[in-house]
Structure formats: structure tokens, C-alpha cells
Design a protein around this ligand. Structure first.
Ligand SMILES: [Zn+2]
Length: 316
């Protein structure tokens, strides 16, 4: 048996109960949300060894030309099981896998598919090329055996069209940004279902490691103007209104931006900002404190630099 560097590393840091993980399997349970569309609801938690990294929502769309997937989970083990579950459900082989954005909870599972059927925005492919191996190393450290066999694979198809048709099932492909540098949202025109990737979070706090809050809010305005009937967010439960996830994501981003700006103007340090009270209207939101503290680390240094005048410049 060959021990790879990653396995050796995972073993060394001692976070990986290998025997237990070898027995573990993902529970992939698609729930019908519209005619011919199912959602797999990821755990509304941070990525943890206990959930195998299966925190992102996945969509399965049945078409007469084959099965379409939106996102593929965190690992090859997840992707393979997803393929089996989806093909048993629809009785059609998977012909397309869209990756909504670069984050590994959505995209590392494409290792299980032929890259020729995997499509993403050009900006997502460039980001995955740049960050893929770093994400992979981080996931191997965190998830250990769940990740075994998962390589960094890039999508083989670059999206340059506004829609794709699968036997009369037309999917609009919206090239947006803000949660990351390139965020794909899809609208199934037949059912009016919006599959929004991580542009939308519902009852689970938005994550901001690669966010541009201003662009994100512009993208939310584009989504709000669509004539969709319901929405599948990137994290959190299905939104049968199609509106609640948009409103709540915008509300959180507005509050976060305002809070960080006020804190920077008041001279609070990062620990103090991470401990600020979270408004009661977000009390039902999973991972709110966790994501606030992460957002402080992602966004606060640049805000401080922009808002606070330097006192050491041009001094005499
Ligand atoms: Zn994301």
C-alpha cells in the first residue's frame, strides 16, 4: 500500500479516525420540489468531519435528454453516490453537471464525472485552477478519509451561452458574481425554479470568504427581478416563495456591511467585532455567530484600512 503525502499528513495531525471514516457513507436523500426537480438539502452546519463536508444543497433535474445536476458535493465519494442516486431516481444517465462557483463544498465532487459533461463559468474555472489544490489540501486535513481518491479536476466546458436546452427543458444560465468572482444561477423556465448557488442562503448565515458585498447585492437585484416561482438556495431549506431567501440574504449582507463599517469607525478590534450582538431577527439562522466571526476575518482588515486615516503618513 502506498501512503500518499495527504494521508500521512491527515494521520499525523490526528483528527481523522480512519477506521470509523472507512465505514461512513453519505446520506443522499433527494426531495421533490417541483415537477422533475429534486433538492438534496446539505447539513446547515460548517464543514465538519462529522458531516463529511456535505453541507451544500444539490439540485437534480430530470429531462427527456438526460439528467442534469447542479453542483456535485465535496468529494469523489459524494459525487459517485450522487450519480447513482440521481440516475436511479430519473432512470436517465447524467448528461450535465453544472458547478455554481469555486467553493469545494459544491465542486470537488466533479471528480466522479467525465469533465466533458461538467460546465462552469470561465471565471469559476480560472478560480478553481488557482485555488483548487489549496482547497483540496484543506479538505483532506479536515475530512480525512471522506476525501480519499478526490483529485482536483477542472470543468471541461466553459459556459459562454445564456441558456442550454435539454430536450425542450430550457435552463437559463445567469452569469453573476458577489459571493465569489463568478457565481452561476440557473432558472428552469418550465417550472419557474431558480437554482441560485450560494448567491442565496436561507435560515443559515451567508459565508463570505471570497465575497464582494456590493456585487453580491447587485446580483440579488437581478434575481429579485426574475419571474421565478420558487428557489433552491446554496444552503438552507427550499424556498417555495422564491422571495424569502433573497430578502433574508440581502438583510444579512446589509446588516453585516453596516455593522463592520460602524465598528471600524469606532475603532473596535476584530475580536470585539466578532462578539457584537446579532439582531433577534437572525436568531433562527444557523451558524450566525460562526459566519459573523469568519466575515470579520475576511472583510474587516480592508475596511479598517479604507475607513481609518493613517496617522503615520507624511509625519514630520
Ligand atoms: Zn460558496
Amino acid at each position: 500500500m502506498t501512503i500518499s503525502r495527504r494521508h500521512a499528513l491527515a494521520g499525523l495531525i490526528g483528527v481523522v479516525p480512519m477506521a470509523a471514516a472507512a465505514e461512513s457513507a453519505y446520506a443522499i436523500k433527494p426531495v421533490a420540489v417541483a415537477d422533475g426537480i429534486w433538492m438534496i438539502h446539505g447539513a446547515d452546519e460548517p464543514m465538519l468531519f462529522a458531516n463529511g463536508g456535505a453541507i451544500a444543497n444539490i439540485a437534480i433535474i430530470a429531462t427527456s435528454a438526460g439528467t442534469v445536476l447542479v453542483d456535485a458535493g465535496p468529494s469523489i465519494r459524494y459525487g459517485r453516490l450522487l450519480k447513482t442516486v440521481a440516475e436511479e431516481l430519473t432512470r436517465q444517465r447524467v448528461v450535465r453537471v453544472y458547478v455554481t462557483h469555486l467553493h469545494p463544498d459544491h465542486g470537488m465532487g466533479i471528480t466522479a464525472f467525465d469533465p466533458a459533461i461538467v460546465a462552469a463559468l470561465p471565471g469559476t474555472i480560472a478560480d478553481m485552477k488557482r485555488d483548487g489544490s489549496g482547497f483540496s489540501d484543506a479538505l483532506y486535513r479536515l475530512l480525512g478519509d471522506w476525501m480519499r481518491g478526490t483529485d482536483v479536476v477542472l470543468p471541461g466546458r466553459s459556459i459562454d451561452q445564456a441558456a442550454e436546452d435539454f430536450g425542450g427543458c430550457r435552463l437559463r444560465l445567469l452569469a453573476l458574481a458577489g459571493h465569489s468572482a463568478a457565481d452561476l444561477a440557473l432558472l428552469d423556465e418550465r417550472t419557474g425554479t431558480l437554482i441560485a448557488g450560494d448567491l442565496l442562503f436561507l435560515d443559515r448565515a451567508p459565508s463570505t470568504p471570497t465575497a464582494d458585498l456590493e456585487r453580491w447585492r447587485e446580483s440579488l437585484s437581478v434575481l429579485a427581478a426574475l419571474r421565478h416561482k420558487a428557489a433552491i438556495p446554496g444552503h438552507g431549506p427550499f424556498d417555495p416563495t422564491g422571495r424569502r431567501a433573497i430578502d433574508q440574504t440581502r438583510d444579512w449582507l446589509d446588516w453585516l456591511d453596516m455593522t463592520l463599517r460602524q465598528a471600524a469607525s469606532s475603532g473596535l478590534d476584530m475580536v470585539e467585532v466578532g462578539d457584537l450582538p446579532i439582531p433577534p431577527r437572525f436568531a433562527g439562522m444557523a451558524a450566525a455567530r460562526y459566519e459573523l466571526q469568519r466575515s470579520v476575518s475576511h472583510l474587516y482588515p480592508a475596511l479598517e484600512a479604507a475607513l481609518l486615516p493613517r496617522v503615520d503618513v507624511e509625519g514630520e
